[in-house]
Design a protein around this ligand. Structure first.
Ligand code: ADP
Length: 491
């Protein structure tokens, strides 16, 4: 008790962890952080890969366009054996505008015959561009570069006529439009990614906080339940895990409350039942001590004290039996012949039956065998026959019969006693229930015998019912499985 008190005090005085600290430690936050990280990596890859793929596409289209233009121009010179500035100018003008930034045509020595650029023209000078040098050595050169928001494409080709080198052409193209398109695409993609990531962070935090709040609620409710507050309930709207947890929690709290109520009721009934014989004993003992009484009366009082003590012994035995039924697992069931057990019960109760003028009768063949714990079967039959004797009339009888069908063995315990009124029948297996309290108490009962019968029969997978006996009295019908029938059922 002391330990329990200290334990609960400790828990109350323990500093409550802040909600923020709880949230920081919550698994939900870790999940949210994982989502944010995964989406961040995904968006980062998209930002790197998408512009790179588009740039490569533009590179290849720029190169193809430059090659086409250079080849077109080179083809225009293929019918000339020798090139001079005049001829080149005429040919260039005869070709449609190629939309290049600069066009150069040189002779085989690299001297410039035509330059489309007027300011700083290279005409008449030796052009020392490496691309032209390569073209004059017979190699085609085409490449595109992207730098400072600008695509720069260069192409150089040898000019051949009748298998002879007559010069080289050089094309330069600066494309800012495509570069700007690429750069704006990059920027748009970046800002969309930032927006998406911000939204994901916001939603993740929001959902984590909501989930954490619900989980905190669950934990607090568990704590309250642990502290003995069985009225606590969780909201169970929705169908997600927390709602399902809430439903399971509510069911558990409900069941705990019921079993707590049953326990309290049991304790209060048991105390009441124990109090009555103890009070009688005290009263009788006080009377003996205080009053001058003759020997015969004293003996009578002492005998009454003995009877009350017997009642207490019987009551505590039954209480112990019920506690054992509640706490310990069922004993192993085995094939038990009914007849020997029933005979033992009748032998034990014969003196009591004789005292009350009740005859005991057994109709049971040796073949009747049930699958049950032998001790349980003995106790069940004992309680039923004892009741048959207790609640009987003088010259009455108690008869036990057993019949077997393919499924089960049916044992009937009939008596010619007072019978049980219909309104009491649904309650007679409840603990501490007595039909006629005065008569039952006189008979030494506390309303526990039939509840023990009920619990024992159930744990032996049987059933017990009560009905009126035709011609007056009560008939308890007990059904227990046969060993073979149950084995056939179990695959
Ligand atoms: P008790 O210990 O009081 O006999 P039980 O649980 O065995 O308790 O029985 C509950 C009540 O059912 C009894 O108080 C009695 O009123 C009634 N009862 C049980 N068996 C019989 C019977 N064979 N005939 C009439 N009444 C019975």
């Amino acid at each position: 008790m002391d330990t329990i008190l200290r334990h609960s005090e400790n828990r109350k005085s323990a500093p409550r962890r802040g909600r923020f600290a709880d949230f920081i430690r919550s698994s939900q936050l870790r999940h949210a952080a994982a989502y944010v990280l995964i989406t961040f990596v995904g968006l980062l890859l998209l930002n790197l890969y998408a512009p790179m793929a588009i740039r490569n596409l533009l590179f290849s289209s720029q190169r193809t366009a430059m090659t086409d233009k250079a080849q077109l121009m080179a083809a225009s010179f293929s019918s000339y054996e020798h090139l001079d500035a005049e001829t080149v100018r005429e040919v260039v003008h005869s070709v449609n505008d190629l939309h290049t930034t600069r066009l150069l045509v040189t002779d085989p020595d690299g001297r410039c015959l035509y330059d489309s650029q007027t300011t700083g023209s290279a005409e008449g000078k030796l052009t020392l561009f490496p691309e032209i040098a390569e073209a004059l050595s017979g190699t085609d050169v085409v490449y595109t570069r992207y730098k400072n928001d600008l695509f720069t494409s260069k192409a150089a080709m040898p000019l051949m006529a009748y298998n002879r080198l007559i010069g080289a052409i050089y094309l330069l193209e600066n494309d800012r439009d495509q570069a700007e398109l690429l750069s704006s695409l990059q920027k748009t993609l970046f800002w969309i990614s930032v927006g998406i990531e911000a939204l994901i962070i916001l939603l993740s935090m929001l959902f984590s906080m909501l989930f954490s709040k619900r989980m905190r609620n669950v934990l607090q409710s568990v704590q309250r339940l642990d502290d003995g507050d069985y009225s606590v309930r969780l909201p169970s709207r929705g169908n997600d895990e927390v709602a399902r947890l809430g439903k399971a929690f509510n069911d558990l709290a409900q069941r705990l409350k019921q079993s707590e109520d049953v326990r309290k009721q049991f304790v209060s009934n048991a105390s009441h039942e124990l109090k009555t014989p103890l009070a009688s004993i005290k009263l009788l003992a006080d009377s003996i001590l205080q009053n001058e009484m003759d020997e015969a009366t004293t003996k009578e009082f002492v005998s009454d004290i003995g009877n009350e003590a017997d009642r207490l012994t019987r009551l505590s035995a039954k209480l112990l039996e019920l506690t054992r039924l509640d706490s310990s697992p069922a004993e192993e069931r085995q094939a038990v012949a009914v007849a020997p057990v029933a005979e033992r019960v009748l032998r034990m109760l014969l003196p009591q039956a004789r005292k009350q003028g009740v005859t005991l009768d057994l109709v049971c063949g040796p073949a009747e065998t049930v699958l049950a714990s032998e001790d349980d079967l003995y106790q069940v039959l004992f309680n039923l026959v004892e009741n048959g004797v207790k609640y009987n009339r003088p010259d009455g009888f108690v008869r036990m019969t057993a019949e077997t069908d393919p499924e089960a063995v049916t044992i009937r315990v009939e008596d010619s006693g007072y019978g049980i009124p219909n309104e009491a029948k649904p309650h007679i297996f409840e603990r501490f229930y007595r039909v006629d309290k005065a008569r039952s108490r006189k008979a030494g009962g506390a309303g526990l015998g039939l509840s023990i019968v009920h619990d024992m029969v159930l744990r032996n997978r049987g059933s017990v019912t009560v009905e009126d006996r035709p011609g007056g009295g009560t008939c308890f019908v007990l059904t227990l499985p046969r060993p073979a029938a149950e084995r056939e059922e179990t695959p």
